[in-house]
Design a protein around this ligand. Structure first.
Ligand SMILES: C[S@@+](CC[C@H](N)C(=O)[O-])C[C@H]1O[C@@H](n2cnc3c(N)ncnc32)[C@H](O)[C@@H]1O
Length: 229
């Protein structure tokens, strides 16, 4: 596994998301009260899987963090894999998968380094990775998600609504060379980005959850489910 998975390009130097070593430091203290440091899966993911329309096949969690959603998918009967470019995240997810006694394929890599077989996934999931990608990586990301899905496969996304993000436009992010903590998306913008290669099945605000619900949900996040035609 590479030590520095995110290869730098000229554009990466112009507009950076948070680099993998920033995330390593972020994950160093697992006891911090960060909402997504919990073990609970996204309420939206649990809802969609419970609805029964997503075949229990191959699932890939992009930017999987501590593995909370990938572990849920493995428990639900998927052949699940997670990838994250933070080594600290992958180590945490490895430990949590062991404790949960589930089989989970974990890979320390940038999503852009993956050698994904086209049409290999029944479900691609992203909770909080897409909104940390700089604008120039967006089209490539949409293409990789779409290519990884089987026809009829599903893409689940959790990302910042406008009030959850930094408030920066793409142009401001490029000018200031920062995403300011992650980009917020309007409904129209999300539809514009994803409705080309995918058919958007549902797009709604996440439902906030109480601490004892066993689920993760925050009102400043979108939950989008889309399908590859
Ligand atoms: C907000 S965290 C969400 C973590 C996890 N999905 C969750 O919901 O608990 C975003 C994650 O995306 C990862 N990430 C960001 N850009 C990435 C990239 N280009 N390749 C792989 N992982 C990335 C970060 O390391 C971080 O773990």
């Amino acid at each position: 596994m590479p030590d520095t998975p995110a290869a730098s390009t000229g554009l990466d130097d112009l507009t950076q998301g948070r680099p993998h070593d920033w995330w390593d430091a972020f994950y160093a203290d697992q006891a911090r009260p960060i909402p997504f440091f919990c073990a609970s899966p996204d309420e939206s993911l649990v809802d969609w899987i419970g609805a029964g329309m997503i075949a229990r096949g191959i699932a890939l969690d992009l930017g999987c963090g501590n593995g909370r959603n990938a572990i849920f998918l493995a428990k639900a009967g998927f052949k699940a894999a997670g990838v994250d470019f933070s080594l600290a995240a992958i180590q945490w997810a490895t430990q949590r998968a062991r404790e949960a006694e589930v089989e989970l394929r974990l890979q320390h890599a940038s999503v852009f380094e993956l050698d994904l077989p086209p049409g290999g996934c029944d479900l691609v999931y992203d909770s909080g990775c897409f909104h940390h990608l700089p604008p120039h990586q967006r089209a490539r990301y949409v293409a990789l998600v779409s290519s990884a899905l089987k026809p009829g496969g599903w893409f689940g996304l959790t990302c910042f609504r406008p009030e959850g993000g930094s408030g920066l436009t793409d142009e401001q992010a490029c000018e200031r060379k920062t995403l300011g903590g992650g980009l917020g998306y309007t409904e129209a913008r999300l539809r514009e980005i994803w409705a080309g290669p995918l058919r958007i099945f549902s797009l709604r605000q996440m439902v906030p959850q109480s601490a004892d619900s066993g689920l993760f949900g925050q009102s400043f996040l979108w939950a989008m489910l889309a399908q590859k035609p």
